[in-house]
Each structure stands twice: as structure tokens, then as C-alpha cells.
Ligand binder design. Structure first.
Ligand code: S3P
Length: 423
């Protein structure tokens, strides 16, 4: 494939969820431009409507308007969060400060994902939980008045951190948090600061001090670096040309994959960086390159957690071995990503293995060929879709439609990279 031209990626998923949730709690009308319109974003919009917010339909290239109330109203039925862990966990934080009971559920993948990582600290703040099926969904939260929290997270996770900060916001209590190692994405902190709240970082602790009112806002969501990563990967594997991915969020807590790609020998430049609502936004300029293996340290993992499927796919084309240290968190993503990455790489003829919580991938020359089982996991499907662009590759991903969870029209966009290059 020869690449050329400039593309945009859909709006950032993490920022879209946060913008919708916060807009729903601001009394008045907020405007969210560039919002992601994927299945996950629609899950947030849907449950917020059940909680009393008026959210306009999520359509591409259309500003979303959200008429919020300062408190949620009791929902008539269960809140179905679909496939979206971010919707579920962040919403649990907000619901912890509301007096009514609310039941959350989701699809088969989401129901299996651990929720105690947020319900345990939220219970310390005063919320009560009923979890009939153990650590997962469905569960019922009964919120109420909250007490302040000082808490060391067992894993670096932006969803846990954000759930607790949002509980502090909605409950009007202080929250102090510390992550074990490596910083997870900090969009919630940046957004709260941009809206005038007091969030500081001191000696490794993140401190939220209550005070102030959430006012309606207007915000432009930048392109999602996690979606951009797949196009960067495809352009890196290409045989020639140059690709610009324009308007991407380049927040340092999201761009760990760029540092790893640079070590692997990739040619990616970040250009034209400006700032929007507290987030740096720039263009990624990518040229094809020959890759070599590297070691990804445990401390780097929170900053590239969603990019590991793609990096592992690229590592299978690099010279030498790539090791991802301490990536056990991948077992509790939309699928058991850790084992499925290794299994699927082997299935297309590459060498990969899981050893404890580490993932080893050995690079090779033969074109990858074979079936891929995505287990409905969007990022697995897209990572192997990218690997399928290698000359001579014959990869059959069982379910490419699941890419729509985070990247609507991904297959068309990937094919478009090549078409653009043709006169
Ligand atoms: C997200 C945090 C990460 C990430 C997910 C989105 C967020 O999850 O994997 O796709 O928006 O806060 P964890 O907090 O579980 O690491």
C-alpha cells in the first residue's frame, strides 16, 4: 500500500463521554462539537436521557446539544451501558451522590468486567451497592450524602480515578487519589480545571477540593489518538508515501504509543500543536519505516493501554522481539485482550506468547495469514485489520463491524488511505 493525503479520525471517546456526563449535570444547555458518534458514545447519551438530560441525536458533523439539570432524576428502568466500561464506571461515580436506586447493566462483555474497583472506594464514600451476580453487572447503586475520600488506587486507571473525582464533584466532597505507577489519562482533571474547579497534583496525589458550580459549556472534542494509532500503524507498514492524521489529541497521558513507535524506528512527527479546552491538539505526520523490537516498561503501560493490540500487531512485523511488561490489565478489557492478542498472532503465523503478565511478540517476514477471533472487541478487530494491509497478507477478522464501538466507518477509512494514493 502507498499512502498519501490527510485524514481526520472521529472525536476522542474518553473526552466525549466526560463532556456528555458533565453537560448532563450542568443546569442549562451545553454544546459539544466534534463528539464521537460511535456505539459507546451513544450508550452514554442513551442512559443520560433516562436520567433526565435532553441529549440531541449523535450524528457525524453535528454539534450535540445537551440540556442538563443539576441533579439526575430517578430512571424508570435499568440503564443499559452497552459495551461501554467508561459510561458505566464514570456514571457510578455520579450516581453515588444521588439518593435514588439505579440499576446498571450492559452487553455480555461489559457484564463480565470488574466493577468492585469503583464500587469499593465509592462505598467508602457512603454509596451502597447490590451486586446479585458478584463483581460485574448488573448492579444497583443507592447513593446519598457522601464523605471525603483519600485513596490509593490498586491499579492505574482513569476510569477509577474519574469515577471518584466525579463522585466528589456531584457529592460536594473532597477527594485525594494516588495511582500506583504510571499516569493514566487525565482528561477529567483537565476538564474540571477548565470549568473552574480546584484540582491540583502534589507529591503524587491528585486533590479535588469542592466548591463552585458546574455551568453549561461549549467544547470541541479533538480527534481520538487511540483511533489515530490504527492509521499511524497502517501508514508505518505501508510501502511508500506519507500520511497526515489531522486534529488529534496529543495529551501526553495518551501518546505513550508514539514514544514506543519512535524506539521501534517509526517515522512519526507531531506538528502544529494548539490547545483546546485544556487539551493539546496537533497533526501526526507518518512515513513508512522498518521496525525493530523494543521493551515496553510497566510504567509506560497506563499511557498506551488501549494501543497494545496495535503495537503488538506492529511488533509482529519488527525485527527482533518486543516485550510488553506487566500488561495483566488487558485481561479485563472488552475481552481477555492479553490472551487473544497472542492467540490471534499465532493464528496468523506469528510467534507470540503470554508469560505471567508479560506479552512477548517475535517479528517475522512471512505475510500474516489466517483467521482472527475478535470476540467482539473493537480494538482487536482493528489491530488485525491493520496487519491485514501488509502485502501478501490474508487475514480474516470474524467481526469487523465491532469497530463501530469506537471508530465508525473504520474499514472504509482504512481502505481510503490506499485509494487516496491513487491518481
Ligand atoms: C478510559 C480509561 C481506560 C481505557 C478506556 C477508556 C477512560 O480504562 O482503557 O478505553 O476514558 O477513562 P481503565 O481506566 O480501565 O484503564
Amino acid at each position: 500500500m502507498i499512502v498519501a493525503g490527510s485524514v481526520r479520525v472521529p472525536g476522542d471517546k474518553s473526552i466525549t463521554h466526560r463532556a456528555l456526563l458533565l453537560a448532563a449535570l450542568a443546569r442549562g444547555t451545553s454544546h459539544v462539537g466534534g463528539a464521537l458518534t460511535s456505539l459507546d458514545a451513544r450508550s452514554s447519551a442513551r442512559v443520560l436521557r433516562q436520567l433526565g438530560a435532553e441529549v440531541s441525536p449523535l450524528r457525524p458533523d453535528t454539534v450535540v446539544t445537551v440540556r442538563g439539570r443539576s441533579r439526575f432524576r430517578r430512571p424508570d428502568s435499568a440503564l443499559d451501558c452497552g459495551n461501554s466500561g467508561t459510561t458505566t464506571r464514570l456514571l457510578l461515580g455520579l450516581l453515588a451522590a444521588h439518593r435514588f436506586p439505579a440499576t446498571l447493566t450492559g452487553d455480555g462483555s461489559l457484564r463480565r468486567r470488574p466493577m468492585r474497583r469503583v464500587t469499593v472506594p465509592l462505598a467508602r464514600m457512603g454509596a451502597r451497592f447490590d451486586e446479585p451476580d458478584g463483581d460485574g453487572l448488573p448492579l444497583t447503586v443507592r447513593g446519598g450524602p457522601l464523605v471525603p475520600l483519600r485513596y490509593e488506587l490498586p491499579v492505574s486507571s482513569a476510569q477509577i480515578k474519574s469515577a471518584l473525582l466525579l463522585a466528589g464533584l456531584a457529592g460536594g466532597v473532597g477527594v485525594e487519589l494516588r495511582e500506583p505507577h504510571g499516569r493514566s489519562r487525565d482528561h477529567t482533571e483537565r476538564m474540571l480545571r477548565a470549568f473552574g474547579f480546584h484540582v491540583i497534583e502534589e507529591h503524587g496525589w491528585i486533590r479535588f477540593t469542592p466548591g463552585g458550580r458546574l455551568e453549561p459549556f461549549a467544547l470541541q472534542v479533538p480527534g481520538d489518538p487511540s483511533s489515530a494509532a490504527f492509521l499511524v500503524g497502517a501508514a508505518t507498514l505501508a510501502e511508500g508515501g506519507e500520511l497526515r492524521v489531522a486534529g488529534v489529541d496529543v495529551n501526553p497521558t495518551r501518546t505513550g504509543f508514539l514514544a514506543v513507535l519512535a524506539r521501534m524506528g517509526a517515522a512519526v512527527a507531531v506538528e502544529d500543536v494548539t490547545e483546546h479546552a485544556g487539551e493539546p491538539v496537533g497533526d501526526l505526520l507518518v512515513r513508512p519505516a522498518r521496525l525493530r523490537g523494543t521493551e515496553v516498561a510497566a510504567g509506560e503501560v497506563p499511557g498506551l493501554i488501549d494501543e497494545i493490540p496495535l503495537l503488538a500487531a506492529l511488533a509482529s512485523r519488527a525485527e527482533g522481539v518486543t516485550v510488553f511488561r506487566e500488561v495483566g490489565e488487558l485481561r479485563v478489557k472488552e475481552s481477555d485482550r492479553l490472551n487473544l492478542i497472542a492467540e490471534n498472532l499465532r493464528s496468523v503465523g506469528c510467534r507470540a506468547e503470554v508469560s505471567g503478565d508479560d506479552l512477548h511478540v517475535e517479528g517475522g517476514e512471512p505475510p500474516p495469514r489466517g483467521p482472527v477471533r475478535s470476540a467482539g472487541d473493537h480494538r482487536l478487530a482493528m489491530a488485525f485489520g491493520v496487519l491485514g494491509t501488509v502485502p501478501g497478507a490474508r487475514i480474516r477478522v470474524d467481526d469487523m463491524a465491532c469497530a463501530a464501538v469506537s471508530f465508525p466507518r473504520f474499514p472504509e477509512t482504512l481502505r481510503g488511505l490506499e485509494r487516496k494514493a491513487r491518481p
